[in-house]
Structure formats: C-alpha cells, structure tokens
Design a protein around this ligand. Structure first.
Ligand code: NAD
Ligand code: DAU
Length: 349
C-alpha cells in the first residue's frame, strides 16, 4: 500500500461517497473508515465496497481520545480526511452539547493524535478538515462568500464548525501541522439522511405527508451534487496547497420555496401523479430560530487554481437523486424507523 488514509465519518452521507471514491480510485491506498455509527451513520451506504481488500471499517468515537490515539499508533496514517460531525442545524438548536463535543473536542482529539504520531516526520502528511460555508454566517440579497469572508457563525452547529476550523489553523500555525480546509455549500444526492430538506421532502411526498417549509420559504441555499463534493475533496487532498482554504459550491442558488415547487413538479412526473398534486402538500410552519437568510459561494479559487468545477447540472443531479430515493425505498424505510419517528414528532408537531 502506497499510503494509509484515515477517513472519519465515512458511514455518513458525504463521507460514504468520499470513501467509495478513494477506495475504488486508489487501490494502492489503504483506507480506514472511522465512524461512531450515530443515527446518521449507516453501513448500508458502504455495502458495495466493504469487501474490498484496501478498505477497513473501525467503529469508534472521535470524542474518545484514547481510542483515537491508539488507532493512529496502530496505522501511522499518512493523511486524514475528517468529515465526522454532528451536521444538522435543527438538532444543534435542540441539543447543542453533542455538537460541541464531537465537532470541537473530537476534532481536537484527531489533531492531537496526528501531531503526536507525525512529530518526527511531517513529510507528505496532511490533515484535511471538511467544513461548511455556514461558518461565514448569512448573506443579504447580494454578494458571495469568499475565502476571505470573516467568520460569523449563527447557530450552535456553525459555531462548532467555525471553532474546529480555527483550531485546525492554530495547530498548523503553532505546531506546523500540515493541513488544508474546505468550506462547502449545501450537498444533495443519494444516502442523505431524511432530516435534511431534499430527502425529507422526497420521503414526505412519497407518503402524501405535509412539506414543512420554514418561515416564508424565501431563504436561499447554493446546492451541490454530493459526488462533485467528493471529487473536489479528492483534488484538494492531492493538489491543494498546504495551509490554504478552498470554498466549494455549486454556482447554483435556489430560494427554498422555488426548489420545493420544482421538486414537487418532478416528483409528480416520476410518480405518475397529476401535475400540482404534491404542491398541495406544502405547509408553511414556524421558522427555524436564527435562520440564516442566504448562502452563496464564490468557488472561483478552487476552479481557477485546481481546475475543479461541478460535473453534474442541477437538472441532472436532482433527477438522479429522486430516482435513487425511489429505487431505494428499503434504505429510506430502515433509516426512518425507530428513533426517527421520535425526532420527527419533536421537530414538526
Ligand atoms: P452526516 O450527518 O450525514 O454524517 C456524519 C457522520 O459522522 C455519520 O456517519 C456519523 O455516524 C459520524 N459521526 C458523528 N459523530 C461522530 C463521532 N463522535 N465519532 C465518530 N463518528 C461520528 O453528515 P454529512 O452531511 O455527511 O457531513 C459530513 C461533513 O461535511 C460534516 O463535517 C459537515 O459539517 C460537512 N459539510 C456538510 C454539508 C452538507 O450539506 N451536508 C456541507 C458542507 C460541509
Ligand atoms: O451550507 C452547508 C450546510 O448545509 C451544511 O453544513 C449542513 O451540515 C447541512 O445540514 C446544510 O444546512 P442547512 O441548514 O442549510 O440544510 P437543511 O437541509 O437543514 O435546510 C435547507 C433549507 O431548508 C434551510 O433554509 C432550512 C429549510 N428547511 C429545512 C428543513 C429540514 C425547511 O424549510 N424545512 C425543513 O423541514
């Protein structure tokens, strides 16, 4: 094996796509996937790669410093791609502590272990921290987040991610730990847990359930197909400059209500329902506290310096996403059984 890489959070939505890309594209890399298998982690996401000889899964919690250190001592990783996190804004409003523990202390534990194992030889090593555009706060009607936009996180989730970004940079500055950070916009695609807007609404439309649009629905997000995020991570891991930040986005802004109407239209077509059927499910509900108005990424740095741009149009990506959820109803049924029902009632009733 030419390199041994640790991917954290590889059983989650984005992590599973990153793990698949690295395991299949780099058969000479040994990929170790560390994941605690929280409600958001699902080994079904990795069924097609779990038997490959260059892939290993380890169930562990990044908040457990001794487990993390032991893993680094066992494998002497050449690099880390860190995705493990609590990732849902609404849950961070209900229960911020889990976000502070995992996103801040968990990241610190990984950094401490990397620092300790790499101290004598940092040659070729890299700690890649996967972060979010939410660290920049909220935009007004105009403008974009660039890599120079000052941090202004507004939710416990984004504050915990901002904090972890700062800690990664501090270790780079103080201990010369080699690192790179990316801040990405909203991802969509297969295997996303149905607490996030698109999979939640696809599942609700399937069951003729109300579509809970927060506030007036005039909030804007910039959507990127998850496989294009995984491609960007591959490029940045291999070609990004040390200690740099790259923003990643879809050049694809949508107001929530316009996106939901488009989804309803496409779902009616795919399910053979009369046009307009799903739109009748739209229900305006109480707004998310502290709801960020608009996110929009200027992704020109990664485009111009590293040659990355989205490969899938939104039209294609949304079609592929709907088709995946309709073809994988068993996956949806598994992840929406048990605790999901409790979460749903607490959040939406
Ligand atoms: P996700 O919630 O789908 O997956 C998170 C994974 O981390 C799960 O497999 C979970 O089991 C694991 N995990 C959680 N706590 C853990 C712990 N203490 N120890 C070990 N594993 C733990 O999240 P996602 O949407 O795939 O996001 C992955 C990363 O990308 C996160 O860091 C998130 O902040 C970032 N990000 C997400 C988006 C997005 O739109 N989803 C956009 C930009 C950045
Ligand atoms: O921007 C990147 C971020 O995108 C990631 O860092 C987060 O991990 C990811 O969860 C996502 O955060 P958002 O809060 O933007 O995504 P979410 O899917 O929760 O919501 C998208 C928009 O839809 C947001 O304006 C809130 C709104 N919404 C969401 C839900 C779940 C609704 O109107 N109704 C809902 O039921």
């Amino acid at each position: 094996m030419s390199k041994t890489l640790l991917i954290t959070g590889g059983a989650g939505f984005i992590g599973s796509h990153v793990a698949r890309l690295f395991v299949t594209k780099y058969p000479d890399y040994k990929i170790v996937n560390l994941d605690a298998l929280t409600y958001a982690g699902n080994l079904e996401n990795l069924k097609d790669i779990e038997q490959l000889p260059n892939y290993t899964f380890v169930k562990a919690d990044i908040t457990d410093a001794s487990a993390v250190t032991a893993l680094f001592e066992q494998y002497r990783f050449d690099g880390v791609i860190h995705l493990a996190a609590e990732s849902h804004v609404d849950r961070s409003i209900t229960d911020p502590n889990a976000f502070l523990q995992t996103n801040i202390m968990g990241t610190a534990n990984l950094l401490n272990a990397a620092r300790s194992v790499w101290k004598d030889d940092i040659g070729g090593k890299r700690f890649y921290h996967v972060s979010t555009d939410e660290v920049y706060g909220s935009l007004g009607e105009t403008g974009y987040f660039t890599e120079a936009t000052p941090y202004d996180p507004q939710s416990p989730y984004s504050a915990s991610k901002a904090s972890s970004d700062h800690i990664v940079r501090a270790y780079g500055n103080t201990y010369k730990l080699p690192f790179v950070i990316t801040n990405c916009s909203n991802n969509y695609g297969p295997n996303q847990f149905p607490e996030k807007l698109l999979p939640l609404f696809i599942n609700n439309i399937r069951h003729h359930k109300p579509l809970p649009v927060y506030g007036d629905g005039k909030y804007t997000r910039d959507w990127l197909y998850v496989i294009d995020h995984a491609r960007a991570i591959d490029i940045v891991y291999h070609e990004g400059k040390n200690a740099e930040t790259y923003n990643i986005g879809g050049f694809n802004e949508w107001q929530n209500i316009a996106l939901v109407k488009l989804l309803c239209h496409k779902m009616d077509e795919k399910l053979g329902r009369e046009a307009g059927t799903s739109e009748q499910l739209i229900t305006y509900v109480k707004d998310r506290p502290g709801h960020d108005k608009r996110y929009a990424i200027d992704a020109n740095k990664i485009k111009n310096e590293l040659g990355w741009s989205p490969s899938v149009t939104f039209e294609e990506g949304l079609g592929l996403t709907i088709d995946w959820y309709l073809a994988n109803q068993e996956w949806l049924d598994h992840v929406t059984s048990g605790d999901y029902q409790k979460y749903y009632e607490q959040q939406y009733t």
